[in-house]
Design a protein around this ligand. Structure first.
Ligand SMILES: [Zn+2]
Length: 372
């Protein structure tokens, strides 16, 4: 077991919620403090408020991972006799770093919106608003027949050849390779100055762009040649689709009223606001954590019977009525599911890496509303 530094922790976390998934102009990443220090204790929180920082100080926290970025609009000043400035001052004085994972955590596979869809017990879950399609590459490599199995296994294990629910997909054709080792070469087969012919296999497979380096390294390691002949082509087809919100179906149809009760229980909120006829039947559900006002048309277009999102505006509620789209608004605070969600992801990653880090889930109350 080792104590990692902040960079190691964040590098690992960003494999789960990469920054490039975030919406444009979102304020994510390290916001306060430094990652250049050992991390022994991390706190996960939805919001960063002054009493949340007090909790972190009490808990001896080195790093706070927050969903809502504490610095969102440009700062005009840091005045330390006002709550906001005091909050920043406390972080700096107590050497607490704050890292924000916002829309990248919403969009990530297995992130906030998947946790919400899971809590609502949705099935056949898909992305609601696509924001990013992963670029793909084609890798072609020529391997002597004796080593074709080893190379296929190495690139497949590194993540190449993933198509739908199939892994290690390749296409193989046999042919003759020729080469003449020049002076200074240290050939696996043949001798300097003599033209060689070898039975080779052309292995081709698809590689997500983000795994290209890892796959090529694995391929080079498994390949016997000193100089490996391989090509990488960009592809027009796209890989995994990422996006905001999720859409899925309930295991059985229910009335809007029953569904509203289900949302209250599933997302642990004392009340919800409902738009639509309470007796209407719902089965297909769209969900976006936080403020999903902008996406009511996508929710309608996707065929949802009901849309679950927070911070619903009065006029957007009117638009939904006119569209014939039911809405259930459980409030923005339901994104609190991210606390346990991120804690679980990090626990698994730290165990694998043998990182000795405590993970503490903030207990501070940050729901600004009281339901009476
Ligand atoms: Zn939010």
């Amino acid at each position: 077991m080792k104590t990692p530094n902040g960079y190691e922790v964040i590098q690992l976390f960003e494999q789960f919620a990469p920054k490039h998934l975030a919406m444009e102009d979102d304020k994510i990443g390290l916001q306060i403090g430094t990652l250049n220090k050992p991390i022994r204790r991390i706190m996960i929180t939805l919001d960063v408020l002054e009493h949340v920082v007090d909790e972190a100080i009490e808990q001896n926290i080195d790093l706070i991972i927050a969903h809502h970025p504490p610095i969102f609009r440009p700062l005009k000043h840091i005045v330390t006799d006002q709550p906001y400035g005091r909050m920043i001052e406390k972080c700096i004085k107590h050497n607490i770093a704050i890292y924000a994972a916002h829309t990248n955590l919403d969009i990530a596979k297995g992130g906030v919106n998947d946790w919400l869809a899971e809590a609502l017990q949705l099935q056949n879950v898909d992305v609601l608003v696509p924001t990013y399609e992963e670029p793909l590459k084609k890798l072609v490599v020529y391997v002597p027949r004796t080593h074709a199995d080893a190379v296929r296994k190495a690139i497949g294990d590194a993540g190449a050849g993933h198509i739908g629910n199939y892994s290690h997909c390749t296409f193989n054709s046999e042919g003759i390779g020729t080469f003449r080792p020049e002076e200074g070469a240290n050939p696996f087969i043949g001798q300097q100055g003599t033209l060689e012919t070898v039975e080779e296999v052309r292995i081709e497979t698809v590689v997500p762009a983000r795994l290209q380096r890892k796959v090529v390294q694995a391929m080079l390691q498994a390949h016997p040649y000193e100089e490996v002949a391989y090509d990488i082509y960009p592809l027009e087809n796209k890989g995994t689709t990422y996006g905001l919100g999720r859409i899925g179906t309930l295991s059985e149809e229910m009335t809007l009223q029953q569904f509203a009760e289900h949302v209250k229980l599933a997302l642990r909120v004392p009340a919800v606001r409902v738009v639509g006829e309470l007796t209407s039947r719902v089965r297909k559900v769209a969900v976006i954590g936080g403020d999903g006002n902008k996406y009511i048309h996508q929710a309608k277009m996707s065929g949802a019977d009901v849309y679950v999102t927070g911070d619903l505006y009065y006029h957007v509620a009117h638009d939904a009525l006119m569209l014939g789209l039911n809405v259930v608004d459980p409030g923005h605070h339901v994104e609190k599911v991210m606390k346990e969600g991120v804690a679980n992801v990090l626990k698994t990653m730290f165990t694998q890496q043998k990182f000795d880090v405590d993970i503490y889930v903030s207990q501070a109350h940050t729901e600004p509303f009281t339901f009476i």
